[in-house]
Ligand binder design. Structure first.
Ligand code: 5AD
Length: 354
C-alpha cells in the first residue's frame, strides 16, 4: 500500500526526544521483521574523482580546481577487489565522478569482467558511476554488474534545478533510473537530507518517490556543505546535530514506510558523529559500505567537509566496523551478496510469472 503522506510528514516533523527515540525503535522493529539484523557489507572503491559535472553541492565538481584529480589503474583496482573478496565482504561497490567517454566506458567494462573472473563469479558488483546512456548501462550489466546506485538527490524537480546547472535535467536522471530498472539491475537511489530550501514535505515526497519508482536500495545522507563549492556559504549556519537527527528520522520513516528495502547507513552520517553508522543501523539501516580505497587517494574524494577515514586503512576500518556492529548486537553477512529482499520478493510476485 502506498505510504500515507501525512503520516510521513508527522514522523519527519517530530521534535521531542522521547518521540524521536520511539520512532527509531519502531523502525528497528520493522527492520527486524522484514530484513533482519544481519548487516551486509559492500567494499567501496572510489575509483576516480575526475568528474564532468558541476553540481553546486559537491566537493569533486568539475570547477573545483583546487583538487588534484586521480584515477586508480587496473592492477590496483584488482588488488583492492581481491582484498575485498578475501575479507569475505561478498560485494563490491565502484564509485566515481561522472564520465561518459568511450575509453572510460571500456575501462569499466573490462574491470567488471576481470573482477568477476578473479572471484570466480562470486563477488557481487555494484556500480555508482552516474548518468549514462541505456546502451552503456546494458554493456556493464552484461559484463557482470548487477546493482546500480543513482541518487535522485531530491525528488522535487524545482529544488533539483536549483542545485544543478541547466544542462543536468531532473528528467534525464529519472529516465536513467528507469532504464536501469528495465535492464534488470537492482536499483538504488536516494537523496540528500537538509538541502537548502528542502522542506519535510519534500522529504515525505522523496519516500513516496522511492515507493512509486519501486526502488530496491536506498542510500541517503545529510547534506554537508563543502568549502570549495558554491554552497560553501551554508557552512556558517550548519548544525551537525540537527542534520544528523533529520537524517536519522528520514532513515526511520523510510524503513517504516518501505519495509523490505535495503537501506545504507552512509559515511556522511559518520562524518557528523563518531557513532553515526551505528545510529543509522539502530534507526533502520541494514547495509554498510566500508571504504577500501587505498588511503593515498582519500584526500581527493572529499565530497563534503570532514569526510571520515582519511588515514584509516581498509583493515582498520574493517575492525572498527565489526566492533560497532557487534556492539549493538547485530551480525555480519559475510560472503553474501545481501540482495534487497524487496528485489527478491518482487521477482516472486505472480505478475512476474505470468
Ligand atoms: N553532502 C552530502 N552528500 C553529498 N554528495 C555529494 N556532495 C555532498 C555533500 N556536500 C552525495 C550525493 C552523491 C553522492 C555520491 O554523494 O548525493 O550522489
Amino acid at each position: 500500500m502506498r505510504p500515507n503522506r501525512q503520516e510521513l510528514i508527522e514522523m519527519l516533523s517530530l521534535k521531542k526526544k522521547d518521540e524521536i527515540e520511539a520512532l527509531y525503535k519502531r523502525a528497528y522493529e520493522v527492520k527486524k521483521q522484514y530484513v533482519g539484523t544481519k548487516v551486509y557489507l559492500r567494499g567501496l572503491i572510489e575509483l576516480s574523482n575526475i568528474c564532468t559535472r558541476n553540481c553546486y553541492y559537491c566537493g569533486i565538481r568539475k570547477d573545483n580546481h583546487l583538487l588534484e584529480r586521480y584515477y586508480i589503474d587496473k592492477e590496483e583496482v584488482l588488488k583492492e577487489a581481491r582484498w575485498c573478496f578475501e575479507q569475505h565482504y561478498g560485494s563490491l561497490t565502484i564509485q566515481t565522478g561522472e564520465r561518459s567517454d568511450k575509453s572510460w566506458i571500456d575501462y569499466i567494462e573490462e574491470l567488471i569482467k576481470e573482477i568477476k573472473t578473479l572471484t570466480d563469479g562470486k563477488m557481487g558488483i555494484t556500480l555508482s558511476l552516474g548518468e549514462q546512456s541505456e546502451e552503456t548501462y546494458l554493456r556493464w550489466f552484461e559484463a557482470g554488474a548487477h546493482r546500480y546506485l543513482l541518487r535522485i538527490e531530491t525528488s522535487n524537480p524545482e529544488l533539483y534545478k536549483s542545485l544543478h546547472p541547466a544542462e543536468n535535467s531532473f528528467e534525464n536522471r529519472l529516465q536513467c533510473i528507469r532504464s536501469l530498472k528495465k535492464i534488470g539491475y537492482q536499483v538504488g537511489s536516494g537523496v540528500m537530507i537538509g538541502l537548502p530550501n528542502q522542506t519535510v514535505e519534500d522529504l515525505a515526497d522523496d519516500i513516496l518517490f522511492f515507493y512509486d519508482e519501486d526502488i530496491d536500495m536506498i542510500g541517503m545522507g545529510p547534506f554537508i556543505p563543502h568549502h570549495q563549492t558554491p554552497l560553501a556559504y551554508l557552512l556558517s549556519t550548519f548544525h551537525p546535530e540537527e542534520a544528523l537527527e533529520q537524517a536519522l528520522k528520514m532513515i526511520a520513516a523510510t524503513r517504516i514506510a518501505l519495509k523490505d528495502v535495503n537501506i545504507a547507513s552512509t559515511t556522511a552520517l559518520q562524518a557528523l558523529h563518531p557513532k553515526g553508522r551505528e545510529l543509522g543501523l539502530l534507526a533502520g539501516a541494514n547495509v554498510l559500505m566500508p571504504n577500501i580505497t587505498d588511503t593515498r587517494f582519500r584526500e581527493g574524494y572529499q565530497l563534503y567537509e570532514g569526510k571520515p577515514g582519511l588515514n584509516e586503512n581498509a583493515l582498520a576500518i574493517r575492525k572498527a566496523l565489526e566492533e560497532s556492529i557487534y556492539s549493538i548486537g547485530e551480525s555480519i553477512g559475510y560472503d553474501e551478496w545481501g540482495d534487497s529482499p524487496h528485489f527478491k520478493n518482487k521477482k516472486n510476485t505472480p505478475s512476474e510469472n505470468l
